[in-house]
Ligand binder design. Structure first.
Ligand SMILES: [Zn+2]
Ligand SMILES: [Zn+2]
Length: 265
């Protein structure tokens, strides 16, 4: 493996059944079943393993009425990764479905954008409409990591290791960052919630949870520029990801797929 080429995996841990009007800021005339899946991602390369996002646990799934299908720890273990040994976790943003399971990666440093921490601890959280996707205990847990020296802050674009960079996109949450990974196929981009579904980035449509609509739609252009081809932008919540990519290994079908492969269209 060249020193900047990485493997990339999507690990599905949760599910939420819903109809399509709930997924777009202006609704959807088709009103079809259009569920969301919940993922974390693993980047495996010469400098070790980087986990992107940490998901939610069973208790949070119950509280938020989202189905937790497989614990995040089990998904990571199924790839042969010891969670205890993971050194770096990239946090796309601080919404409840991206930063729970605080104790699963006890050795990790958490990488997040300055703007996301400022947003999640500042005046915007006085407003119910803006704080709805955040959980105070998640935010407090991240603040505790700041005070134990376990957070690394980034402002805009930055490199985590050679071949893996973070990019501030904003839009959906003020400090949302996406992750670009150099792979054998070129650059694959983990959009996280910069595009929930393929339908958002492909159609220029907007998920209803939003901080700044302009940054969301501009973000789609940025994501496409960052990836070697538009098909290598991976949306954060789309069940189609599991259909388009092969299982990471036999037995992991419907659970863990390998993203540094050509997708079925
Ligand atoms: Zn989100
Ligand atoms: Zn999300």
């Amino acid at each position: 493996m060249a020193d900047d080429i990485h493997e990339v995996y999507a690990i599905r841990y949760g599910h939420h059944s819903r109809r399509s009007p709930a997924n777009f800021i202006d609704g959807d005339p088709h009103d079809v079943l259009q569920p969301l899946d919940f993922f974390v991602w693993a980047i495996v390369g010469p400098s070790g393993v980087i986990i992107v996002d940490t998901g939610f646990d069973e208790a949070m799934g119950k509280k938020r009425q989202r189905e937790m299908i497989k614990p995040v720890r089990d998904g990571v273990a199924a790839l042969g990764i010891a969670a205890e040994s993971v050194k770096d976790v990239i946090v796309s943003h601080l919404h409840y479905d991206h930063c729970g399971n605080y104790d699963v990666f006890p050795q990790a440093r958490y990488h997040l954008q300055d703007r996301e921490m400022a947003y999640a601890t500042g005046r915007c959280m006085c407003h119910r409409a803006l704080r709805a996707p955040f959980e105070v205990e998640d935010v407090v847990a991240m603040v505790r990591k700041v005070f134990t020296g376990r957070c690394a802050f980034h402002d805009g674009e930055d490199q985590i290791v050679t071949g893996v960079t973070v990019h501030h996109i904003g839009g959906h949450s003020k400090g949302l960052q996406s992750v670009r990974v150099k792979t054998r196929l070129g650059y694959v981009v983990l959009a996280a919630d910069a595009s929930h579904l393929y339908a958002h980035i492909d159609g220029g449509r907007v998920f209803p949870l939003v901080y700044n609509v302009g940054e969301v739609v501009e973000g789609y252009e940025t994501l496409k520029k960052l990836a070697s081809a538009p098909r290598h932008v991976i949306p954060g919540h789309d069940p189609l990801v599991l259909a388009r990519y092969p299982a990471a290994k036999p037995g992991l079908e419907g659970w863990i797929v390998r993203l540094d492969t050509e997708p079925k269209q």
